[in-house]
Design a protein around this ligand. Structure first.
Ligand code: 13P
Ligand code: SF4
Length: 376
């Protein structure tokens, strides 16, 4: 498969969570790959066990190649927790680095090479905005509502959910989080990804119990109507995954009759229904790892992971589900490898750049939400 180029992606939804953006010094902007690799290796030699680099599956090749661990957001949080390095350099987006900061010890520092790596979907459910919706929705019913937030959300929303008796979930355990919530209460408010919420409701046979809550549309914000349903889905979504459509699957199967299709659960309901396998980026990776030589797999997720899997598994025919229209993630792309050189070289000089630090109160509460998730 030829390396896919990035599809044009313009959005005004990429809300930056942190306003202490440190720009890359100009001398780092034009490094060639060979020089960059040499400098990264030299800095890592000097820093030794003080540094661990984590790389999400959607990171560029040049980041993933330097990572000590590559994985999905949940696996990386666990790696962060187990790491005893003083510095955790997170190749991912802000909500992931925040989770790492929550989980790691006080003595560890989490660094996000570029502060501009903010997931637009996490930005679609600001804690303040959710707080206002929560007041409206809970006032409309005497039944108990349990809020669940997907890992792809900011620490203050994780803290809010925990404070209201709810929890955090990942794309792999969302169904268990729903089951926990229905044992504890009567209704669920799920944030911020409506597609993961809808796919989970289907998995539990509760597809008739869904209503959407769109904080930007006054028409859809009818709290009395919302609480007639058991599952209230926040109107958030990922642009990268919303792009996949069933006609892409049909086209792939027309052109490659033996093709299997694996997609991420952030895809639309009808796409998930038409796919052969659905799962987190770890599940997608494992599916290709376990494929027999000669099998064909079309992948419905962010294009960097598809490119990595194609490179790592030449024995499998790996195809991007929507061809050249497949996108990279604008937020993940912000982790330019030149930033990695910069933050590492700054550490060798004793300077910490782009540190992600969740305030202690939010941290403690968000930890409760994550602990509840680990117990289910
Ligand atoms: P995973 O948790 O499956 O790695 O997904 C993270 C993500 O951002 C998907 O868009
Ligand atoms: Fe956020 Fe989508 Fe990017 Fe994942 S792929 S980090 S959900 S924008």
């Amino acid at each position: 498969m030829p390396e896919m180029e990035t599809a044009a992606f313009e959005t005004d939804l990429s809300l930056f969570k942190y306003d202490n953006l440190e720009q890359l010094p100009s001398e780092y902007r034009t490094l060639e790959e060979t020089e960059r690799t040499d400098r990264i290796e030299a800095a890592l030699d000097e820093l030794g066990d003080d540094v661990v680099i984590l790389g999400h599956n959607y990171q560029r090749r040049e980041i993933v190649e330097h990572a000590d661990f590559v994985g999905d957001s949940y696996q990386l949080s666990k790696q962060a927790a187990n790491a005893d390095a003083k510095y955790v350099i997170f190749g991912g987006v802000t909500f992931m680095a925040e989770s790492a900061d929550i989980i790691t010890s006080e003595a560890q520092t989490v660094i996000l090479p570029s502060m501009e790596a903010s997931c637009p979907m996490a930005g679609m459910a600001e804690a303040l905005q959710v707080d206002a919706a929560w007041a409206e929705i809970t006032a409309a019913t005497n039944e108990e509502i349990i809020p669940i937030t997907y890992m792809n959300s900011y620490a203050d929303l994780k803290a809010f959910c925990a404070e209201q008796g709810g929890l955090v979930c990942t794309s792999s355990n969302a169904h268990k989080a729903f089951e926990y919530a229905f044992q504890k209460g009567d209704k669920v408010l799920f944030l911020p990804d409506k597609h993961l919420g809808e796919n989970t409701a289907h998995r539990l046979g509760m597809e008739d119990e869904i209503v959407e809550w769109d904080p930007w549309d006054p028409e859809s914000k009818d709290a009395r109507k919302a609480v007639e349903n058991d599952i209230i889905l926040w109107e958030g979504y990922c642009q990268v995954h919303e792009r996949f459509r069933t006609d892409h699957i049909e086209k792939i199967r027309d052109q490659h009759p033996d093709a299997n299709v694996v997609v991420h659960p952030e895809c639309r309901r009808e796409v998930v229904e038409a796919a052969d396998v659905v799962g987190s980026t770890a599940t997608i990776t494992q599916t290709i790892e376990e494929a027999d030589p000669g099998e064909t797999w079309a992948i419905g997720t962010e294009i960097h992971l598809t490119n990595h899997l194609d490179r790592w598994h030449p024995e499998v025919e790996v195809l991007p589900l929507c061809g050249e229209a497949c996108m990279d993630c604008n937020a993940m792309r912000q982790i330019d490898p030149n930033y990695l050189v910069w933050v590492l070289e700054e550490l060798t000089e004793g300077r910490e750049r782009n540190v992600i630090e969740v305030d202690p109160e939010t941290k403690d509460l968000a930890q409760v939400g994550l602990d509840r998730m680990l117990e289910i």
